[in-house]
Design a protein around this ligand. Sequence first.
Ligand SMILES: NC(=O)c1ccc[n+]([C@@H]2O[C@H](COP(=O)([O-])OP(=O)(O)OC[C@H]3O[C@@H](n4cnc5c(N)ncnc54)[C@H](OP(=O)(O)O)[C@@H]3O)[C@@H](O)[C@H]2O)c1
Length: 429
Amino acid sequence: MTEPLRIALAGLGTVGAGVIRLIDANGELIARRAGRPIEVVAVSARDRAKDRGVDITRFDWVDDTAELARHPRADVVVELVGGSDGPALALARASLAGGKSFVTANKAMIAHHGLELANAAETAGLALKFEAAVAGGVPVIKGLREGAAANEIARVYGILNGTCNFILSKMEAEGRDFADILAEAQRLGYAEADPSFDIDGVDAAHKLSILASLAFGTQPAFEQVAIAGVRHILAADIAEAAALGYRVRLLGLSEANGHGLFQRVHPHLVPLSHPLAHVTGSTNAVVAEGNFVGRLLFQGAGAGDGPTASAVVADLIDIARGEFGPPYAMPAAALAQPGAADTGERIGRAYVRFTVADKVGVLAEIAAAMRDAGVSIESLMQRGASADGSVLVAIVTHEGPERAVAQALDKLRGSSSLTGEPMWMHILG
Ligand SMILES: NC(=O)c1ccc[n+]([C@@H]2O[C@H](COP(=O)([O-])OP(=O)(O)OC[C@H]3O[C@@H](n4cnc5c(N)ncnc54)[C@H](OP(=O)(O)O)[C@@H]3O)[C@@H](O)[C@H]2O)c1
């Protein structure tokens, strides 16, 4: 058998320790598949003494993570530290500049700096791979880069954050409120102590911007993603959606057309007839619509040590085989630079929920704002007063331009009849 592929591993947390465990468990099989063994030779993290459940004494310990880029025996650097900048980015730059291929699970870094790193890798003839950065163990990057490479993709969308999906499906199953379930998710370790990246949609937006580049051959444009999270969804929204035949899901959705690149992470109402409505718990799922292959659905565990390590090691197997092309499925220099599409032009149906004071004339005020903006109402539901005396009014619109709904909401903003911010969810068409 030929020389092993030698790895320098930065980060020994959930995923880093998972990679060591996976290589220990499946090393022989991996060597047969890759044509050569994959061997960790050096590791780095903050605390050398921490018990990680795996024996790291057999590897070189490197105090300064950046030094892994210069490790004399390593062919590839694997970064599992995290963070868009800081030590992760410094290591990525130094590794590619120093002639080592680079594998990461770091969506934040790839969303912000992927183009720069892809240029560096291509110029040096090295691999830059990040399968684990989107949907954890689900091979969606491979799916788009390779399996669907012959297709023009009309749109790509999906459930990209397991924490949000866990919370939404539990709210749905148990009828409990968001804050209550979030606290439980934190206790169970499904949500971070500071959950804002997840629940405010930023993590899903990182992943969406990576998928959009792969699907549409466009430069990564994370700053153009319109983002709203799940914090303000009420148990009543979920019950209302269910009564209408929908489930509430946080979707990242991207399309590229003559109007530019559209990228949005927002809560959606997903019809029960759609497979994404049935994705529950912390599972991730991505749909890509290709002009020859049709609708593809990628689904599986979006996080966790095993699934994420599985994706990281799949990247290493590719490198061991010498099978790697441009990180974004086409040379970085060929990626188009589209402007952001005007979301107001989009046509769709919407669910808008208001919390309003229990007084005469409120419904008429909402209906008038909708009428004046040209929004056609398909149905309107009103539910009795809650503990604070507010009444819920939920509207489903007919198909129409999003600009009209935005105008109606602008008009109502500041109205003394509203007791809270309206909740606007798009209905997946
Ligand atoms: N967890 C998942 O399920 C999952 C899924 C997909 C992608 N990812 C991505 O994978 C990456 C790693 O995630 P994780 O969950 O494994 O994180 P984690 O459990 O917090 O582990 C992070 C590791 O990085 C080390 N580290 C942190 N700051 C460092 C620094 N300044 N210098 C050197 N080492 C440092 C830590 O060292 P100590 O252990 O010594 O403190 C720890 O070993 C992130 O980019 C994450 O977004 C994770």
